[in-house]
Design a binder for this molecule. Structure first.
Ligand code: FAD
Ligand code: DLZ
Ligand code: SF4
Length: 537
């Protein structure tokens, strides 16, 4: 027999490198549903349904083409429940003379692949994943010799390389980045169109039952599952986005609204990361909307930057710095993740909203991830390992290559500034400006001290004071650090006291447990000057 060609659950593209020289007369394609991949973190139930259903549909499309597919179901009694075990079994069963696989999206799987050859007893070839605009090797070459890596410069090079949104050698519209135009508050009368959803077919319904029976104790609701599970559905979702949402994507890119999960976002990351959509085709379709006058440049540039810029950049950073990246904790954050990240039971309306949506939909949009759940974890000093695991679990689009640099880097600054040039720390005023959450909140966003003060306010200044010395050289933080210096000692002490009491109450769920809110300054041991300059731990 010929080769065994392995396709992992997030490699569901017909053009995936491992299938490139497929000989349908000789080769067998292996797709294996295995418990190890469903439980290495306790993925949201919708994510498992999405991956397994998409795998089954992809296998069916290969078979329809006449390709021989070895498909291992999760409940097959012979299933060894690991990728390696299934490769060994398939090599023996089909008498394969070699294995071909595409490089995986996660470091731990790459490590495992190193052992496949010995285990299977035949040569294993691992080919580069060509579904990205830039290869891992070319990113490393781009990064080599640069003092610091900034997404913005990488993105400009990628625009030049691909010609996307270019007019000759100049950026379309004379500017590389229209982000300043993309921070508008969402007015009441603007109602985002409903998201394109896909009712589960018989295959998906079967997987839903399997997941409910096998992983029903994992986080997340299964009702209302409507993710695209085939290439055709993903393309329909993309077309719907380009027609109905992209034109307004830019203006309200940072806006949040209660009860509104996606606003004008695309909800395409899950399909992109699974391989159901090709990022090049997605960017070209968005670009065409601008060239044909169907969407403004600020919207299209903002959207393309996320895919051509951020998505490629974080992947490059991940592979450049793993495995050490996964241990980074530059701000020495050690606090346990509060239980409300799992239950949504908190009096803070913004967190309640973001977490409840996450539980129900396996989705929250970027600003909810960065400025609500991420910002809170940053300010509260939650251990990056716990935050990382939470983000890996809760989103349908989560894969470590993209989740980890966004979490440890962008949201937590735990990488010390490899991904972002400053911590994305913000108080309640930012959340109030970009959402309607504060109106329905038990706390008062205009207060920074006292029983009803918005926790984001005092936690923000507590964070700044805790890390003032470590952050003092950062030019982007000059303003808040100068305000901190000007602040009266009494006010800062009161806020830091509130922060301490609040943080101590966090693990006695819910945080509404009434703490003593009377500031007792004598309990704060450090003199103010030292307090301001002392990094946590
Ligand atoms: P849109 O806002 O419509 O953006 C369009 C596309 O651009 C997305 O589909 C996605 O492919 C890409 N994109 C946008 N922002 C980013 C980014 N920062 N990094 C990489 N790609 C981006 N994205 C994931 O795909 N998987 C993750 O596990 C993930 N974890 C995140 C964790 C944190 C703490 C943060 C702050 C961000 C994370 N992101 C992750 C990035 C981003 O939030 C999601 O890609 C986006 O919210 C997905 O929704 P969407 O498809 O509606 O995106
Ligand atoms: C995420 C996931 C899940 C839930 N299940 C499977 C599976 O059963 N079989 C499989 O091949 N892949 C699965 N995946 C995707 C893998 O976890 C993914 O390929 C690696 O994390 C590398 O990115
Ligand atoms: Fe969130 Fe504070 Fe607004 Fe409440 S007041 S919703 S805690 S930002």
């Amino acid at each position: 027999m010929g080769c065994l060609r392995v396709v992992l659950g997030d490699q569901l593209s017909r053009g995936i490198a491992a299938l490139r020289d497929l000989d349908p007369a000789q080769d067998v394609v292996l797709l294996a549903e295995v418990r190890a991949e469903c439980t290495y973190v306790r993925h949201h139930q919708q994510k498992i349904v999405l991956v397994l259903s998409a795998m089954r549909h992809f296998a069916a499309s290969l078979r329809a083409e006449g390709v021989r597919v070895a498909y291992v179901r999760l409940d097959d009694p012979a299933n060894t429940q690991t990728l390696r075990g299934e490769i060994v079994r398939a090599v023996a069963r089909y008498g394969a003379s070699a294995v071909v696989a595409t490089e995986p999206g996660e470091w731990r799987v790459q490590q495992d692949m190193q052992g496949w050859q010995d285990a299977a007893g035949v040569p294993v070839e691992i080919v580069a994943d060509t579904r990205f605009f830039i290869s891992r090797r070319d990113f490393a070459a781009w990064a080599g010799g640069r003092q610091s890596l900034r997404m913005e410069f990488f993105y400009r090079d990628m625009r030049r390389r691909t010609g996307l949104l270019m007019q000759g050698d100049q950026p379309a519209g004379g500017k590389w980045n229209f982000d300043k135009e993309n921070r508008k508050r969402l007015p009441k009368q603007v109602v985002p169109p409903p998201m394109a959803g896909f009712a589960p077919d018989a295959t998906t319904r079967e997987v839903i039952a399997l997941v409910a029976a096998s992983f029903g104790d994992h986080f997340g609701a299964l009702d209302g599952f409507d993710w695209p599970v085939t290439r055709a559905q993903a393309e329909a979702a993309l077309a719907d986005f380009c027609r109905r949402r992209l034109p307004q994507f830019g203006d309200w890119q940072d806006a949040m609204r209660s009860g509104e999960a996606t606003v004008f976002h695309a909800r395409l990351a899950a399909a992109l990361n699974l391989g159901l959509l090709d990022p090049r085709a997605v960017c070209r379709m968005a670009e065409a909307a601008w060239r044909e006058g169907r969407a403004k440049l600020n919207a299209v540039e903002g959207f393309i930057r996320q895919i051509l810029g951020w998505r490629e950049f974080v992947r490059g950073i991940y592979w450049l710095h793993m495995p050490a990246y996964g241990r980074r904790n530059a701000l020495a954050a050690r606090r346990a993740l509060p239980p409300f990240y799992w239950t949504g039971k908190t009096r803070m309306a913004c967190l309640r909203e973001a977490i409840t949506q996450t539980r129900d939909n396996a989705y929250a949009h970027h600003i909810q991830r960065l400025m609500i759940t991420g910002n809170f974890a940053l300010l509260a000093g939650i251990d990056p390992d716990e935050v990382d695991e939470w983000y890996m679990i809760v989103y349908a689009d989560a894969y470590e290559w993209v989740e980890m640099p966004n979490t440890r880097g962008m949201a937590l600054f735990a990488d010390g500034g490899l991904v972002g040039s400053k911590p994305y720390a913000a108080g309640g005023a930012y959340i109030n400006r970009m959402s309607d959450y504060c109106r329905g909140c038990a706390y008062d966003v205009n207060d920074a001290v006292g029983e009803n003060a918005c926790p984001f306010n005092y936690l923000y200044w507590d964070f700044m004071a805790r890390h003032a010395r470590a952050l003092s050289g950062n030019p982007r933080l000059m303003m808040p650090l100068a305000s901190l210096k000007r602040m009266s000692t009494e006010k800062l002490l009161r806020m830091r006291h509130n922060a301490r009491v609040f943080l101590e109450s966090l693990n006695q769920a819910p945080e509404a447990v009434a703490p003593s809110w009377t500031p007792r300054t004598r309990q704060i041991e450090l003199p103010v000057a030292d307090t301001r300059a002392t990094a946590e731990n």
